[in-house]
Design a protein around this ligand. Structure first.
Ligand code: CA
Length: 226
């Protein structure tokens, strides 16, 4: 999952970035409305966390701009302003949720999980693909009640493919989904991660096929009927 964190308060942004990375998210930071708009125009994010008090423009402009372009990226607003009419104004403007500062990280993360789940159209946090179960909240993969030992990158790739069963996912999409701006990475890194995941999946559970020149597609193994 790739998040855009729009926050100009450096210590807060860095603390959140560290906590979010530890929780398994790829995170880019924008420190102004202008940076946020540029990032949202070019990047594909699963969610944006938006501070309202930005140095150049009010965060509400970023939200309005995004919704005017009919982008449905979920937006969680972060604000020191706790007035009810303010919250109503932002929810009406297309914010998906609202967290008042000071931020309690566990609450923030629980809200992020709920928003991401909703935006993926999932009623609960377990995705089953044949005998493979992906626990989107717990960030773990289980085959026949036996957990797979995956590192955070491997989990992120498997989750990304698992939420798009039967669809072709480009290596560039995977790169965007799991790495931040700061990390120099190539499609070769994705190939290595996919090959490690294939090695860890017991045979006959799901197949991750290579679609030449396009990317990968994950499907239940052909002997599965589900
Ligand atoms: Ca601020």
């Amino acid at each position: 999952m790739h998040l855009l964190l729009i926050e100009d308060d450096r210590p807060l942004a860095e603390a959140l970035e560290r906590a979010l990375r530890r929780a398994g998210y790829a995170v880019d930071i924008a420190r102004s409305a202008a940076e946020a708009e540029a990032a949202l125009k070019t990047g594909t994010y699963d969610l944006a966390i938006l501070d309202l008090g930005l140095p150049d423009r009010d965060g509400a402009h970023v939200l309005a701009h995004l919704r005017n372009r009919r982008k449905r990226t979920p937006v969680l607003v972060l604000s020191a302003r706790d007035a009810v009419d303010e919250r109503i104004r932002l929810l009406d403007a297309g914010a998906d949720d609202y967290v008042v500062k000071p931020v309690v990280f566990d609450e923030l993360e629980a809200r992020l999980r709920a928003l991401i789940r909703r935006s993926q159209g999932l009623a609960d946090s377990i995705v089953s693909i044949g005998r493979l179960r992906l626990d989107i909240v717990g960030k773990r993969a289980v085959v026949d009640d036996c957990p797979l030992e995956l590192n955070s990158r491997e989990w992120a790739v498997l989750e990304y493919l698992g939420l798009r069963v039967g669809r072709i996912v480009g290596k560039d999409q995977l790169l965007q989904a799991i790495y931040d701006w700061g990390e120099a990475n190539t499609e070769n890194a994705i190939e290595k991660i996919v090959s490690r995941i294939r090695g860890k999946l017991p045979p006959g559970v799901v197949s991750i096929s290579t679609v030449r020149g396009l990317g990968y597609t994950l499907e239940p193994a052909s002997n599965e009927t589900e």
